[in-house]
Ligand binder design. Sequence first.
Ligand code: FAD
Length: 305
Amino acid sequence: MQVITRDFFLYLSKNKALNRAAQNWGGNIAAGKIVGGLNFPSSIKFIKELNEEGLSVTVDHLGEFVTSTSVAKERTEECIKTIEMIAAEGLDSQVSVKMTSLGLDIDEKLVYENMTRILDTAEKLKIMVTIDMEDEVRCQKTLDIFKDFKQRYTYISTVLQAYLYRTENDLNELNQFKPFLRLVKGAYKESPNVAFPDKADVDENYKKLIKTQLLSGIYTAIATHDDAMIEYTKQLAKDHNILPNQFEFQMLYGMRTATQKKLVKDGYKMRVYVPYGNDWYGYFMRRLAERPANIAFALKGMTKK
Ligand code: FAD
């Protein structure tokens, strides 16, 4: 049953007509729940509050699988303006960006142009830009883009997904660049030809990646809401004298808020992923696929005045 629910929401997450309807409807389904605000300026106050509580942030302008050059350019402008505002406001925040929002499905040259502009600004203002990892068919291209830019820019990182068979090799290959990486389990619907179908195997692989990365001494983000993975990381750090300033935990905004604060209180660095914008549909459906219990608080969000 759980698999059916997950597959259903992941199927819906890619439905273009529903995505368009959601944007036109304009309802901020998750306002105050899992989305920071409808635009970046309206999210600033709220990011400051998170910072005051000791939580670092990464912001993501919602929107993916863009098929129009002009929209990809708008997304680029938005990303640049966001980086400038983060610096001007002195926020403790990074930026996350999806390559399909910058035009990966249109023309790779366009992505390179857009990313160059974003990274020029980020480099100047010393704001880290993380390339989110999307579905497996786009993984190689995304890693190629990352590797290319990583040789010229410092303020760039990306994400590796534990559910993919290929990830262990990718990690070893990427480590020659000593990159800041975010490790996640993976959020998309993938075929068993490319990804572990069993959760237990994903968890084992996730632990393996965490171990490789933490023992390598490269600063790493462990992005999970799973207590078992958090405890594993803490114990590993303790056993190998890895200091808390060599890694950070990351969680999505709205998920496990009390645990986020507890980690900060216990001396760990905690970064919250705060999405903003009205293109919330795909993001939201993936969250429902991960945890149908999210439906309950989503419904509260829909009726919230
Ligand atoms: P799961 O395996 O989903 O859950 C394990 C256990 O954790 C559950 O059984 C439950 O006990 C507990 N748990 C999980 N969620 C909750 C909750 N909300 N409340 C209470 N308990 C809970 N995926 C990508 O593919 N690409 C990305 O670029 C990407 N970036 C991400 C960035 C961040 C900061 C985070 C946190 C996740 C990101 N993800 C990304 C999503 C990720 O891949 C997973 O789909 C998502 O985090 C769910 O997996 P999990 O490790 O949290 O735990």
